[in-house]
Ligand binder design. Structure first.
Ligand code: FES
Length: 175
């Protein structure tokens, strides 16, 4: 069944008719021509399709477009403003934090979300590195805690294994 929806993507409104089974990823890539989010696994496993969906990171391959009528979506393309790269985009380039680049848009969107979560005072996810094994109830420490970054970026896979340079790239923006 076809349904008409509106999506605000990278600051521009789009009215489109989609089949109710169309994923948000397919709507972005195939209907709107925004190829920034990538189709890796198409099963919610790799994070290549990550976008900001109403301010929160989401795997767009797992979201049905019709369920997000009226949503605001930001892709890696939309992070640059007035021709200026987002600080996370610049930092990934400066730290050589990618190899083939296929996963990079999703990695960058996820890193932007991580920094937003830290700024909002979300609690730490790191519990495995504490000497007493006690849960860390403090806020996310992106600038000083590499384990925190690795844990919170673990939904974004990189087959080239460029992880080592992503951590300092994200830390630099956090400082
Ligand atoms: Fe969506 Fe892999 S393509 S998580």
């Amino acid at each position: 069944m076809d349904t008409e929806i509106t999506l605000r993507v990278d600051g521009a409104d789009h009215r489109l008719t989609v089949d109710t089974r169309t994923t948000l990823l397919d709507a972005l890539r195939e209907r709107l021509g925004n190829t920034s989010p990538k189709k890796g696994c198409d099963h919610g496993q790799c994070g290549a399709c990550t976008v900001l969906l109403d301010g929160r990171r989401a795997n767009s391959c797992l979201a049905l477009a019709v369920a997000h009528d009226g949503a605001e979506i930001v892709t890696a393309d939309g992070l640059a403003v007035d021709g200026q790269l987002h600080p996370v985009q610049r930092s990934f380039i400066e730290h050589d934090a990618f190899q083939c680049g296929y996963c990079t848009p999703g990695q960058i969107v996820s890193a932007v979300a991580l920094l937003d979560e830290a700024a909002a005072g979300w609690p730490s996810a790191v519990t495995f590195d504490r000497p007493d094994g006690a849960p860390d109830t403090g806020p996310i420490d992106v600038a000083g805690e590499p384990d925190e970054i690795q844990e919170r970026m673990s939904g974004n896979l990189c087959r080239c294994a460029a992880y080592a340079n992503m951590v300092p790239a994200i830390q630099e923006v956090a400082r």
